[in-house]
Design a protein around this ligand. Structure first.
Ligand code: IMP
Length: 438
């Protein structure tokens, strides 16, 4: 570790998730000392492809592929015990060194009953379904807030975990299944083997994150937080109630990492050059015609966790600015513009019509946003020259350059990198401020 002062970097999705955070995280993880996952759980997924193969990770921070790095699951995570074990076993069986993985004692564990509750709640919502990933995320966070949660610290005392499970499931069974047969997933015995196995495999990875952080800060380590989901799914600032159950903003991620008062040196927004959303909830710029299907197909926009087709939308400048307002990003990365090559008349929303007037306010609830119509810039963008893999600004068609300049101006954040393809080298480092370009 070369720094005397600790350094904090954060990568966060600036839309509704799936912005392509993985590449930025991978590049930065190489230079960081500690990589944190601090929000979400099994609902967040990323696929990592490297020399050792293809890995589907939901809970394990991406720095795990670097044997000299520390990786920690923070307080703000709901950690599916079964999935955590699966990931660690998969990594170990394929020769990945997992000694550098730690789990905060204050992270919450989730189980199959959380997934059942997720499914039941969705069923009972009827037409108001959120379209969750079904991974038990919301019920995991409800238990935490409701003080029924089971924390990772109990992996060091499996007998206590079993008895707490018993208590918690006793309450839930009374609530969900009064005078009915109780499903196996709501009986503590169902988890006996899992808990024993989890305690054996993960018990010694459980640490006090405040002490862990104190040590890293003292050493002047470079800390990287990889945010899960996207900021418009944030429990407070997102399109409530069509959101996920964790805090997805930069300040929320810092808090969920158990870090004390500190400001991120780099808070990097990942904006996709268009938008996607999975599940229900408003997205004013949604493209419901053939063009949407075409982009989905070309860009392979299907969920990593659930395989669901992602809904496609034009870039929404109002939502993008709201993202900046919530997060205070220091810079941005714009991904996937290359997949728009050949699409005619690419649109950008610059305001909404809220039924009464044009506005650039992002409403606080899903219901109000649902009533907003996008107002598009009075020109569209089209280019046909393929720039996949481009590494210099000058390699972009002029029309694409104009498109990126407009995106930069609307976000209010300075782009420092434009992604032009999935490979590490596919991208353009920007040494000048696009927002100041005509
Ligand atoms: P939950 O997080 O499974 O409760 O789902 C709540 C909402 O967030 C649903 O609309 C999901 O589709 C969405 N969601 C959760 N995680 C992600 C993600 O990583 N990418 C995109 N959408 C997500």
């Amino acid at each position: 570790m070369s720094h005397e002062k600790p350094t904090l970097w954060i990568v966060a999705g600036a839309q509704w998730g799936d912005e392509g955070k993985g590449k930025a995280v991978d590049i930065l993880a190489e230079q960081a000392d500690v990589i944190y996952k601090t929000n979400g759980g099994k609902n967040a997924g990323h696929t990592v492809q490297n020399d050792c193969g293809t890995f589907a990770l939901h809970l394990t921070p991406s720095g795990i592929f670097y044997p000299d790095k520390l990786n920690i699951v923070g307080n703000g995570v709901v950690y599916s015990l079964a999935e955590g074990i699966r990931e660690v076993e998969d990594l170990q069986s394929r020769g990945i060194f997992t000694d550098g993985l730690f789990i905060s004692s204050r992270a919450h564990l989730t189980f199959a009953f959380h997934e059942k509750e997720d499914a039941l709640q969705e069923q009972f919502r009827g037409s108001g379904k959120i379209g969750t990933t079904g991974t038990g995320n919301g019920p995991g966070y409800s238990d935490k807030a409701n003080r029924l949660g089971l924390r990772a610290e109990m992996l060091q005392k499996p007998d206590d975990l079993m008895s707490e499970l018993n208590k918690s499931l006793g309450i839930k069974s009374k609530l969900y299944f009064p005078n009915q047969i109780i499903p196996d997933e709501f009986r503590a015995e169902y988890y006996e083997e899992l808990v024993k196995h989890g305690a054996r495999m993960l018990g010694d990875k459980v640490v006090d994150i405040y002490e862990f952080n104190e040590e890293q800060l003292r050493k002047g380590a470079t800390l990287l937080i990889e945010g899960s989901h996207g900021t418009l799914l944030d429990i407070d600032g997102g399109t409530y109630p069509m959101v996920t159950s964790s805090s997805c903003t930069v300040p929320g991620l810092i808090s969920a990492a158990g870090l004390p008062n500190m400001r991120a040196d780099r808070a990097i927004a990942i904006y996709k050059a268009y938008q996607t959303r999975v599940g229900a909830g408003p997205m004013p710029t949604e493209i419901l015609d053939e063009i949407g299907n075409k982009i989905r197909k070309v860009a392979n926009e299907f969920g990593t966790t659930t395989g669901r087709p992602r809904r496609i939308g034009w870039f929404d400048g109002v939502a993008a600015k709201h993202a900046q307002r919530m997060n205070g990003f220091t810079e941005s990365v714009i991904t996937r513009g290359d997949v728009l090559t050949g699409i005619r008349d690419i649109k950008i929303a610059t305001a909404y019509f809220d039924g009464r007037e044009a506005t650039t306010k992002f409403p606080s609830s899903a219901a109000t946003l649902e009533c907003c119509q996008p107002i598009y810039q009075d020109r569209g963008y089209s280019w046909t020259e393929d720039f996949r893999g481009a590494t210099a600004w000058g390699d972009l068609p002029q029309e694409a350059q104009q498109y990126y300049i407009m995106l930069a101006k609307l976000t209010g954040v300075r782009p420092t990198y434009i992604g032009t393809g999935p490979k590490r080298g596919d991208g353009i480092n920007l040494s000048f401020d696009l927002r100041e370009t005509a």
